[in-house]
Design a protein around this ligand. Structure first.
Ligand code: PMP
Length: 383
């Protein structure tokens, strides 16, 4: 059977493919965006998991928008105004796919920062969107480029990860958030705010969502993969009620609804008296690993390799001198350390800046130290 045109130019995700190579014995993986599974709050979930066997009705077909008690909880947690609603998704990744299906016609223009989240490049690629890239500054997208893009092209959506970006870890400043919201309103561009790492802040104060400055012009994608577990596959989209209704129609066709038993377990977890303590411990563990990795980099890698400092999230972006990053990542794997080359995060390969994405949440301090030793050898060979 001939593949659909939309699939012909789409590559399978490099990261999902490298994960199996990265799990070979002896390989230290800094490649995936994986939370540490020893942190999964299974003890806090144990009672609701065992109670499930008495709750037959949860195993019946459910509402497409989600399990009503969970939706009610989210309405008050996220202080949604009466004109807004939400839909539970099978991971925030599904939310992104629903948005593309609901709002993008082939050829519509979508703006993303370069580099950008690979899963979003895939979704908008499959939707046959025309992807426009703007470069990223240390405090968010380059505003001059963004405004020129909005002013000169017919842009439908701007997709972004303002809190601890994947892959760079960048967190947008307050001023950038306000300006982007203003530009999106001025040029009537929908803003898609993807915030799976928002709760993983290790330093500094939480900043308002960009969407809080343009609530009727935006959709927020949340994920419970990093603060609960990825395997429950639950995310949420919030926004104007008529936009959420459109997503609901698409989700009916996609999978009817997300797992109701898992939504009930998530609700119990989020309301558990010890859940905040779980988040405190999670942040402390990840922050100590971040500090260990950045210290090792400063100590062991040549000075022309530069790691940005981040206040949260799961990634360090290691900028490198001019080199073939794909060959470097391949050679790193052969030397027992899995990393992701910057090339996979760019829509336009001609604009790739040499760098590696390093994940610090799923390796111990000892493994991070050993990984940097291995990386130092490989960088010597390639750069
Ligand atoms: N958006 C971004 C920026 C991500 O990094 C990820 C996962 N790594 C997702 C969305 C998808 O997350 P989920 O597990 O909720 O589908």
């Amino acid at each position: 059977m001939k593949l659909a045109t939309s699939l012909q130019e789409i590559q399978p995700s490099y990261i999902r493919e490298i994960l199996s190579a990265a799990s070979a014995p002896g390989v230290i993986s800094l490649a995936g965006g994986l939370p540490d599974d020893t942190t999964f709050p299974l003890a806090l979930m144990a009672k609701s998991l065992s109670d499930l066997s008495n709750k037959t009705q949860l195993f019946q077909y459910g509402n497409t928008a989600g399990y009503t008690p969970l939706l009610n909880y989210f309405r008050s947690l996220y202080q949604l105004p009466a004109s807004h609603s939400s839909i539970v998704c099978t991971g925030s990744q599904q939310g992104l796919d629903l948005i593309a299906r609901a709002f993008i016609n082939p050829g519509d223009s979508v703006v993303m920062e370069a580099p950008s989240y690979l899963g979003a490049i895939q979704v908008f690629g499959l939707a046959q969107a025309n992807i426009e890239s703007v470069s990223q500054d240390p405090d968010g997208p380059n505003l001059d480029e963004l405004e020129t893009c909005f002013a000169t092209k017919d842009i439908k959506l701007f997709y972004a990860v303002p809190d601890f970006h994947n892959p760079t870890g960048v967190c947008w400043s307050l001023a950038v958030r306000q300006k982007v919201a203003q530009l999106c309103q001025q040029y009537k561009v929908g803003f898609i705010e993807d915030v799976p790492y928002r709760e993983l802040r290790y330093k500094g104060d939480f900043l308002p969502l960009v969407s809080s400055f343009c609530p009727d012009n935006s959709l927020v994608l949340r994920s419970y993969s990093k603060i609960a577990t990825p395997g429950i596959r639950l995310g949420l989209v919030t926004g104007k009620a008529d936009w959420i209704t459109a997503l609901n129609t698409v989700k009916q066709a996609a999978d009817l609804h997300s797992s109701v038993p898992m939504q009930a377990v998530l609700l119990d977890l989020l309301q558990h008296p010890d859940f905040d303590e779980h988040l405190v411990k999670l942040r402390a563990l990840y922050y100590s690993r971040y500090q260990a990795l950045s210290q090792q980099i400063a100590l062991k890698l040549p000075s022309n390799c530069y790691a940005n400092s981040v206040d949260g999230g799961m990634f360090i972006w290691l900028s490198l001198p001019d080199c073939d990053v794909d060959a470097l990542a391949q050679s790193a794997l052969e030397h027992g350390v899995a990393v992701v080359p910057s090339s996979v995060f760019y829509q336009d390969r001609a604009t790739v800046i040499p760098a590696l994405r390093l994940n610090f949440t799923n390796a111990s301090v000892e493994e991070l130290s050993e990984a940097v030793d291995r990386l130092a050898k490989v960088i010597k060979l390639h750069c």
